[in-house]
Design a protein around this ligand. Structure first.
Ligand code: NDP
Ligand code: 2IT
Length: 445
């Protein structure tokens, strides 16, 4: 029997109703089998059993009053997963689908992702089932203030540093930071993704999408390909999708499709990003509005068919399990030769198998989208120094980090006999550093 199968069995037995968490853990444990064989002392020290159990998991009531004077109740969470190599670090997701399983999968992934950046951050994630869509600014503010009133006691610049994720952008970070500062009477970098006039870093807004493209650029280069002249399909039209589109265009590719949870737009002449920014960042409207400005583009209701559009490179930047086996087969059939995950876990395990079997260049999320959290770490450094770097300085560091992550993942894959398999490579490279730190620090958590 494989060494780590029993670890997986215990995870399922302990929390049988957490499918997303099981999915993330299973992939990692399968990759780590050769590491367990090579390091029996880690098995003996319970490293594998310990890393799949959060150090701390907080859930709390968030009450707030809506514009009609009605009391609303949501549930807030913070999963403090692993702090062996630094303070817990990870975003806050505000989406009606949020539950313990989704936040545990995200928190678990974040441990290895943060390790891959080479910067000193542990893994965590938080959020709430609050849906910011359709809420007024006042409602969002009252929710964020109530959420932070409880979260405040659990976080700190050296303890746990939250940031944005789905549904949490500059507006939400602002309201949360304001409440934190008021409660603590303390101006510290306790959240990242802050505004530029109050401690934010240049290039953090762009970082995840840009970083994804820097990573893909490196992976493509290794196979004699590039974005130049490539047709690209991107799902989502939020923070990650918008700045991935911007960078693809700068690198000479053409993005022809974007989506939201209602449907997708196809513009064969290339997406006009200024229109998307206006619709999404300024007006907070639906992607379907795009065709009012560009009547040659086409809008289709429903999202999954976006993967039937013929493309060279696919960048899923919306949400988890966005590409299933059928969509993966369709992409391959249409000649897609590279997939880069901007979202967290957007490909199902079956879809990943299709990509690997067909030798598609496949960049897994924990490596490919690490540019966001890496730049959050750069924001933390600038806050500690009470200093700020220029856009060009931050962007150059981001690029360096993404190239290094690609090298670390591809080298680990080769070393362990899985050449070109960046899934295995990223899991191993991210894990080794955390395991070493946990082992050295003894059996604590
Ligand atoms: P946003 O909230 O800015 O955007 C999310 C986008 O995905 C929206 O366009 C949303 O559409 C769309 N979407 C959500 N659910 C679905 C669905 N079921 N089908 C199709 N589209 C959907 O979030 P981000 O761009 O920040 O995050 C996107 C992904 O990237 C997430 O997986 C996140 O965890 C990950 N990520 C984000 C980082 C960051 O720095 N922001 C860093 C690393 C990863 P709608 O408006 O209709 O909901
Ligand atoms: O999934 C992620 O890496 C993020 N949402 C970014 C986290 C961060 O702390 O910047």
């Amino acid at each position: 029997m494989k060494i780590l199968e029993s670890v997986m069995e215990r995870v399922i037995k302990r929390d049988p109703n957490e499918p997303e968490f099981h999915q993330a853990v299973k992939e990692v444990l399968e990759s780590l089998e050769p590491v367990a064989e090579k390091n029996p002392e880690w098995v003996k020290a319970g490293i594998f059993d310990r890393i799949v159990e959060p150090e701390r998991q907080i859930s709390f009531r968030v009450s707030w009053v809506d514009d009609n004077g009605n009391v609303q109740v949501n549930r807030g969470y913070r999963i403090q997963f692993n702090s062996a190599i630094g303070p817990y670090k990870g975003g806050i997701r505000l989406h009606p689908s949020v539950n313990a399983s989704i936040l545990k999968f995200l928190g678990f992934e974040q441990i290895l992702k943060n390790s891959l950046t080479g910067l000193p951050m542990g893994g965590g994630k938080g959020g709430s089932d609050f849906d910011p869509k359709g809420k007024s600014d006042g409602e969002v503010m009252r929710f964020c203030q109530s959420f932070m009133t409880e979260l405040e006691r659990h976080i700190g610049e050296n303890t746990d540093v939250p940031a944005g994720d789905m549904g949490t952008g500059a507006r939400e970070i602002g309201y949360m930071y304001g409440q934190y500062r008021r409660l603590r009477n303390d101006f510290t970098g306790v959240l990242t993704g802050k505004g530029l006039t109050w401690g934010g870093s240049l290039a953090r807004t762009e970082a995840t999408g840009y970083g994804l493209c820097y990573f893909m650029d490196e992976a493509l280069k290794a196979k004699g390909k590039s974005f130049k002249g490539a047709t690209v399909v991107i799902s989502g039209s939020g923070n990650v999708a918008i700045y991935a589109t911007e960078k693809v265009h700068q690198l000479g590719g053409k993005v022809v499709a974007l989506s939201d949870s209602n449907g997708y737009i196809y513009d064969p002449e290339g997406i006009k990003l200024e229109t998307v920014k206006k619709i999404k960042e300024v007006e907070r409207k639906r992607i379907s509005e795009y065709i009012k400005y560009h009547p040659n583009a086409k809008y289709t209701e429903g999202c999954s068919d976006i993967w039937t559009i013929k493309c060279d490179i696919a960048l899923p930047c919306a949400t988890q399990n966005d590409i299933d086996e059928n969509s993966a087969n369709m992409l391959v059939k249409n000649g897609c030769y590279a997939v880069g995950e901007g979202a967290n876990m957007p490909s199902t395990p079956e879809a990943i198998d299709v990509f690997i079997k067909n030798k598609v260049i496949f960049a897994p999320s924990k490596a490919a989208n690490a540019g966001g959290v890496a730049t959050s770490a750069l924001e933390m450094s600038q806050n500690s120094m009470r200093y700020s770097w220029t856009f060009e300085e931050v962007d150059a560091k981001l690029k360096d980090i993404m190239v290094n992550i690609y090298k670390a993942a591809s080298t680990a894959a080769k070393e362990y006999g899985y050449e070109d398999n960046l899934v295995v490579g990223a899991n191993i490279a991210g894990f080794l550093k955390v395991a070493d730190a946990m082992y050295a620090q003894g059996i604590t958590y």
